[in-house]
Design a protein. Structure first.
Length: 249
């Protein structure tokens, strides 16, 4: 018996919703500390490659993730809702939403329960100090938390910053909504087809093709499988160091 197009579409939507629920809405346990100073200036740069978190729009609600959460950089850009839990002496009410912008490295010389907070297999958030102070008191130092992945709410479109040089195009992708973390990217010049990019580090994606003098399009796939294409984002006279805004999830 033939299956109608409506039935197929309904099945696809059903399985997409299942995968969506698998990414979001599951509370887990971990711990949180803080770093970067009262103005969060010490959180700039970092292992995701975002540089100045103020000018990139991430602000001070950011976190460095432990090895168990960082996923070798693929979790860069993911958003988490966090609340302090089970410590009435130090916890403050309410939740915060932070974006993953850095890596909290392990310290194998220290035990997991005394300084080695980011050692595997611990799920740990080293929050920017202003973020930490929204959920806990400064003197706590470290607090138990509950956290869950949540969709990222970003203003404007995804941004593509083109660095590198001819035959080495290094594109930093920022301000990603939805799942937030980018898992694959393709690039297309106006005289080429779609070409996969490789992840260099953080959310810097690399192409070794000569694309000078061509308008550029990007196709971005997030961790939840959603795909967004931004056509002719960069005009043919683009220059290295420029940033261009595309479509958003």
């Amino acid at each position: 018996m033939a299956i109608s197009a409506f039935s197929v579409a309904s099945l696809l939507l059903f399985f997409f919703n299942l995968s969506f629920l698998g990414v979001y809405g599951q509370w887990e346990s971990g711990h949180a500390t803080f770093y970067g100073g009262g103005d969060a200036s010490g959180t700039m740069g970092g292992a995701c490659g975002y540089g100045n978190l103020y000018s990139q729009g991430y602000g001070t609600n950011t976190a460095a993730l432990s090895t168990a959460l960082f996923n070798n950089g693929l979790s860069c850009g993911a958003c988490y809702e966090i609340k302090c839990s089970d410590d009435p002496k130090w916890c403050l009410p309410g939740t915060i939403t932070v974006t993953a912008t850095n890596f909290c490295p392990p310290n194998p010389s220290l035990p997991n329960n005394n300084g080695g907070w980011c050692n595997p297999p611990l799920q740990h958030f080293d929050l920017a100090e202003p973020a930490f102070l929204q959920i806990a008191q400064y003197r706590a130092g470290i607090v138990p938390v509950s956290f869950q992945r949540v969709p990222c709410a970003k203003k404007g479109g995804m941004r593509f910053t083109i660095n590198g040089h001819s035959y080495f195009n290094l594109v930093l992708i920022t301000n990603v909504g939805g799942a937030g973390d980018v898992h694959s990217v393709s690039i297309k010049g106006s005289r080429t087809g779609w070409q996969p990019m490789s992840r260099n580090w953080g959310q810097n994606w690399q192409s070794n093709n000569y694309l000078n003098g061509q308008s550029l399009s990007f196709q971005v796939t997030a961790s939840d499988g959603r795909i967004v294409s931004s056509y002719n984002v960069a005009p043919s006279n683009w220059q290295f160091g420029q940033t261009f805004e595309g479509t958003q999830f």
